[in-house]
Design a protein around this ligand. Structure first.
Ligand code: SF4
Length: 366
């Protein structure tokens, strides 16, 4: 069944048994009566080579769809990709047994803390929680960027919680962490992008636990002095993910992102404090070629990046970017060797590697 109203109000196209497309709409407007300021559209299709407007949509709806201003939709990128379908055997894993993960979950609940492990549906969550480790996500659990790969909620952000740094420090102490990873959602709505909150959290964790601190920050692309403030906290590791190769950058990371700025950010961290180890990571399986990947790794080395993670992108839901390829483990091994040959101090490369996976091992090995 398909139902819709005037595009100046809202459009809902409900999937039916025959209909193999799903369209989800998010309409922004200044007031109930004003026309839409923007419309974000997510398309999911089976088979997943979207045709815009969807061929199966009723003709009246197609006429509406074809004229709609589309923002933030990775439609063109999706259309060029042939998605991988079945999860290969090397991406199936056993869930660790034991109660340690319940301990971690209860502690996070009690202290009202978010983790990227949960919010981003990380496949390693049970393993990491069972080892009483997690990556704390500060500044709320709603992001201001519409990245097509990420499961973290987007939309209206929350007010800062000024006691959050102390709660993160408390959790780190009670988990007995010797290496604490702190990340955040992107907060383009804040004048400093949340840099001061990062600063306070790093200091609170260090004071309470004496742990090595690793930050994994957004790009602060519109808050250029924000980076300096985070560096002033002197985290031992400064991680900013590249995520993908330059050709796919805006399709994957949204229109505000900038590949050159990512490299500049890593370079500037080193200039501000050469004792900080810089780190970055990429997801494979988004349509990148091997040559593009190697060029990107060379750019990262040129920016002074010390530590590298390479992992398999997994589609968190049908509304997210499709996987174009599941990279076999031996190819990850080979890429890891190539990266080490380029001079990275440490490389973690494998299907389940994420930017904070076994972060302590990566940071402490020379
Ligand atoms: S790999 Fe990182 S994000 Fe994933 S569960 Fe482990 S600590 Fe959390």
């Amino acid at each position: 069944m398909a139902t819709w109203r005037s595009p100046r109000r809202s459009v809902h196209w409900l999937p039916s048994a025959k209909n193999r497309f799903r369209c989800r709409w998010f309409v922004r407007r200044s007031s109930r009566s004003s026309p839409p300021r923007s419309i974000a559209i997510t398309i999911t299709s089976t088979p997943a080579t979207p045709i815009w407007p969807p061929a199966r949509a009723p003709s009246a709806l197609r006429a509406v769809l074809v004229n709609l201003p589309i923002i933030n939709a990775p439609v063109e990128a999706l259309a060029q990709r042939e998605p991988a379908r079945r999860l290969p055997r090397w991406l199936k894993r056993n869930v660790p047994k034991g109660n340690a993960n319940h301990f971690t979950e209860r502690l996070l609940d009690e202290l009202r803390l978010e983790t990227v492990c949960d919010s981003a549906k990380c496949p390693n969550r049970m393993e990491c929680y069972s080892q009483k480790t997690a990556t704390f996500m500060i500044l709320g659990n709603v992001c201001t960027r519409p990245c097509g790969f990420c499961a973290v909620d987007k939309g209206k952000t929350q007010a800062l919680e000024l006691d959050e740094p102390a709660r993160v420090a408390e959790a780190a102490a009670r988990l007995g962490l010797a290496h604490v990873v702190i990340t955040s959602v992107t907060r383009d709505d804040l004048a400093d992008g949340g840099a001061e909150h990062f600063y306070q959290t790093v200091l609170a964790v260090r004071e309470r636990t004496g742990a090595v601190v690793e930050v994994l920050t957004p790009d602060f692309v519109e808050q250029r002095h924000a980076l300096d403030r985070v560096v002033a906290a002197a985290p031992e590791v400064f991680n900013h993910n590249t995520e993908t190769v330059p050709r796919l950058y805006r399709d994957v990371r949204g229109r505000k992102s900038d590949y050159r700025w990512t490299l500049d950010l890593l370079r500037r961290v080193k200039q501000l404090n050469p004792t900080i180890r810089t780190k970055s990571g990429l997801m494979l399986g988004l349509g990148e070629t091997r040559d593009e990947l190697l060029d990107t790794l060379a750019d990262l080395r040129d920016a002074g990046c010390d530590l590298l993670t390479l992992g398999q992108y997994l589609q968190p839901s049908p509304q997210h970017l499709p996987v174009t390829r599941y990279v076999p483990p031996d190819e990850f091994d080979e890429l890891g060797r190539a990266a080490r040959g380029m001079g990275f101090l440490q490389v973690a490369s494998g299907p389940f590697v994420r930017s904070s996976y076994h972060a302590r091992d990566m940071a402490t090995t020379d």
